[in-house]
Design a protein around this ligand. Sequence first.
Ligand code: ATP
Ligand code: MG
Length: 322
Amino acid sequence: MVVGELGEVIRTAGLTKVYPKADAPAVDGLDLGVRQGELFGLLGPNGAGKTTTVGMLTTRVVPTAGAAWIGGIDVVARPTLVKQVIAVVSQQNTLDRSLTVRENLYFHGLLFGVPARQARRTADELLERFHLAKWADASVFALSGGMAQRLMVARAIYHRPAVLFLDEPTAGLDPQSRLALWEILGELIADGQTILLTTHNMEEADQLCDRVAILDHGRVLALDTPAALKQGVGADTVVSVQADGDPAALAELLTREITGVTQSRLTGAGVELQVKGGGANRLLPRVLSAAEAGGFAVADLSVAEATLETVFISLTGKELRD
Ligand SMILES: Nc1ncnc2c1ncn2[C@@H]1O[C@H](COP(=O)(O)OP(=O)(O)OP(=O)(O)O)[C@@H](O)[C@H]1O
Ligand SMILES: [Mg+2]
């Protein structure tokens, strides 16, 4: 496997997919690089083009234009070779239901040409490492969603892929299973595994990823570390206010009266302000007295730190979740 000049394991150049009969491209001229050993996140709302991007990088979807390389290998020209150096955990459960938990790993090893004894040893090591040893001889039907997901990740890394692709790995998992998976991903990264994951969970992207590309309508709106993205919006605090009266007038009033407001918007529930330097200086009492002095009776007032959702909102004017 070849690692590019910048230590990149994935590189795309103008990567584009237009599905037949679609009005707009699903992925539109994507240029990005993922470095070796990095946990890279594609963050975006439903329909942003995350799965299509993963599909093209993993050879399942044929690009309409542009190019992509994994470890220097052209994904369009050499799909068979690319498939040997990657692993994918998709949004669906792809375990073999006629096999036990251990057999799902063991036969995968045989399929990759590993001799039987070693295949069994590696299977057992992986079961141990992914906290599934207790279930080795159980049917995969016995596994919870979280355990099935761990088994799919174990199977995916069996042949030590250059890149592990995870499409929405924690969607539908309960919080405990999600934490267990985050922990495993942390261990894989500590081991040097390069991972590309997609998510529409901004907290997940924030906590896990070294760098994040924010996607919408198939385009990259911003790409950086979570910390730099949050700094880039120029606000460290988000204040939500609900009050009687015209929300637009309230937004205007607060933007005028409160120092450090960089952006305001109307939400279903009231007004949301992005504030720079809002962490200090008694922000809540200031908002409260400004609103009440302007004749608004405040029903609810809360303050939170800027998140990747704040970044998404300031880039698109809309929320990440429906
Ligand atoms: N096989 C397909 N044929 C036609 N259009 C498709 C196909 N797959 C996806 N699309 C469209 O392409 C766009 C991007 O879809 P994609 O599945 O890549 O988004 P996503 O970011 O993974 O969304 P989600 O969060 O819902 O998984 C959407 O408008 C979708 O309707
Ligand atoms: Mg998807």
